[in-house]
Design a protein around this ligand. Structure first.
Ligand SMILES: Cc1cc2nc3c(=O)[nH]c(=O)nc-3n(C[C@H](O)[C@H](O)[C@H](O)COP(=O)(O)O)c2cc1C
Ligand SMILES: [Fe+2]
Ligand SMILES: [Fe+2]
Length: 400
């Protein structure tokens, strides 16, 4: 029958997972699929908290109809107007006459932009401190601009301590029956995907995420109900602490991540040499990535995670090799700051990649470039090997 689960006495998870999806937002690989959460509160007034992606519409409509069991649907709270939660708005309006949409004024305007429908007659615009009375529950709205879009609101229910947190506290990955974080080994199995999700989706907006965390700290939150990933009803500090760390761009791993771009393998060799010299000096949990092969979303997550970042690139038409350049651009675009950076370049006639990497890192905030910048002529020789050892020493010195 229907795939629904009870969240509280009168609140149901009516979301669904898409396991066929390859790329979330047509860019992020999601090998474990993607979950679209939505919650239905069955109070004197019935209230649906957000919708879902078009890919799971059939399952979703069945879930909603099952929980309603013939009752009318009174409210749809639209916390975030991104289509992965809003594709069902037109069909919900058609199915449930009298349905009122509750959203920020910005979100209401976006409904018209996306779906060409005028909802002015059926929409209620809300802002911070506004409330929505459902009966036993009263939703309190909190604005959360740029977590992940400008129109975002979150909803807090003092009766249950539930915070419906929109895209915040979510993760990549389908849900497998266990919709609660306490029903899975979250630290072992989910954390890495939750980080990759955070970093890529909202990593740019650390200041805005920190502002919402500050507002939320004034509330007595007993449950976090995000639009993707698991629901938190125990040990909420686990995810909240991570969000404070990520929003503050604070590294989690006292080690180095080495990102290389290499055409013929010589720059790769330099990166591997640096890694073993670091390991010999006692550095643990070193990560090495071939930027041509690893997805950028994964490397961006590593850049947020690691204290020291090393960029090693062959020179390509006077520039940084494309995949390394792309990673540097992505890191800049996501506002990562406060890392220590090592640089290796390589060229056969004019190695200029290093200079370009210094410029790219210089455009980021609060980055420290280590000496020496190692410049290789075609292949590592005795001299450049010594320079790599010097760089390993410099990296070791800034780790605790
Ligand atoms: C399309 C292309 C463009 C290149 N442009 C430059 C360049 O502008 N300057 C340079 O010194 N080497 C250039 N190279 C050569 C490589 O950077 C050089 O051989 C380097 O040692 C390769 O390192 P790898 O073994 O890690 O690929 C270019 C190579 C290719 C294939
Ligand atoms: Fe979103
Ligand atoms: Fe989303």
């Amino acid at each position: 029958m229907v795939n629904i689960r009870k969240v509280t006495d009168d609140t149901w998870w009516v979301g669904a997972s898409d396991r066929r999806i390859g790329l979330f937002e047509n860019i992020y690989p999601v090998p474990d699929g993607m979950a679209y959460n939505s919650y239905l509160i069955m109070d004197e007034k019935t209230c649906l908290m957000d919708g879902v992606d078009a890919s799971v519409t059939g399952q979703y409509l069945e879930n909603v109809a099952h929980v309603l069991a013939g009752k009318s649907l009174d409210y749809l709270v639209v916390q975030h107007m991104e289509p992965d939660h809003c594709a069902v708005i037109p069909v919900l309006l058609a199915r449930y006459p009298g349905l009122k949409i509750v959203a920020s004024a910005k979100a209401i305007a976006m409904i018209g932009q996306f779906y060409g429908i005028d909802v002015s007659g059926s929409a209620i615009a809300v802002k911070e401190v506004d409330t929505l009375e459902l009966g036993r529950h009263t939703l309190n709205f909190i604005t959360a601009p740029m977590v992940h879009w400008p129109e975002v609101i979150m909803s807090y229910d003092p009766a249950t301590g539930a915070l419906f947190s929109a895209d915040a506290f979510g993760s990549f990955g389908a849900l497998s029956g266990n919709i609660f974080a306490d029903e899975v080994n979250w630290g072992r199995d989910i954390l890495d995907e939750a980080r990759r999700y955070y970093v890529n989706i909202v990593g740019k907006y650390g200041a805005q995420v920190a502002a919402v965390l500050k507002k939320a700290s004034a509330l007595e939150i007993k449950m976090l109900l995000p639009l993707h990933g698991h629901i938190w009803r125990e040990n909420l500090e686990t995810i909240i602490n991570r969000y404070e760390t990520w929003a503050g761009y604070i590294p989690e791993e006292d080690s180095a991540a080495i990102f290389y771009g290499s055409i013929y393998g010589n720059t790769a060799n330099a990166a591997e040499i640096l890694a073993v010299r670091l390991a010999e000096k006692g550095v643990k949990n070193i990560a090495v990535y071939d930027t041509s092969k690893t997805d950028t979303s994964e490397m961006l997550a590593a850049a947020f995670k690691y204290k020291v970042l090393v960029f090693a690139s062959a020179t390509y038409n006077g520039e940084i090799f494309d995949p390394v350049n792309h990673l540097l651009t992505d890191i800049k675009n996501h506002n990562l700051s406060g890392r220590t950076v090592g640089i290796i370049d390589n060229g056969t006639w004019a190695a200029t990649a290093g200079k370009r990497i210094i410029e790219a890192v210089g455009a980021m905030k609060n980055m420290t470039v280590l000496e020496p910048v190692v410049s290789i002529k075609s292949a590592v020789d005795t001299d450049t090997h010594l320079k790599l050892i010097e760089l390993a020493d410099a990296i070791k010195n800034c780790l605790s």
